[in-house]
Design a protein around this ligand. Structure first.
Ligand code: DGP
Length: 111
């Protein structure tokens, strides 16, 4: 399967990896939208958050606990977690990824 994030997980292409767990890998977003912008992905390929939650609920929960650990490690109590699902909502890579954004004021609603 030609999947960018599978290749980062496998070490086939470089990623700025900041944290790993049994089921997840966290690496910095190439197009950072905040001082901390990290993507947390499952090691296994699922197209989106709902498919991951249905197929591997333990890994799904681990995305969130990994994001919290990264936020804490970077010194943030306040942060935003985002799953874009579908091209119309801004998803461009179809391997589940949780965006962790922190380090600047985050307005609501998002754009
Ligand atoms: P989304 O638009 O929600 O599918 O998020 C995909 C993110 O992936 C986007 O914020 C940019 C990031 N991205 C795209 N290509 C690469 C890459 O090669 N390396 C890294 N680290 N991030 C990437």
């Amino acid at each position: 399967m030609d999947c960018l994030f599978c290749k980062i997980v496998a070490g086939e292409i470089p990623g700025d990896i900041v944290h790993t767990t049994e089921r997840t890998v966290a690496f910095r977003d190439l197009v950072a939208q905040a001082p901390t912008h990290v993507l947390i992905v499952p090691r296994d390929h699922y197209a989106n958050a709902a498919e991951l939650a249905a197929g591997d609920p333990v890994a799904s929960a681990e995305l969130v606990t990994t994001a919290a650990a990264v936020a804490t490690a970077e010194g943030y109590d306040d942060y935003r977690l985002v799953f874009n699902t579908g091209a119309g909502a801004g998803q461009s890579v179809f391997h589940t990824h949780l965006h962790l954004l922190a380090g600047r004021p985050l307005s609501w609603p998002p754009g």
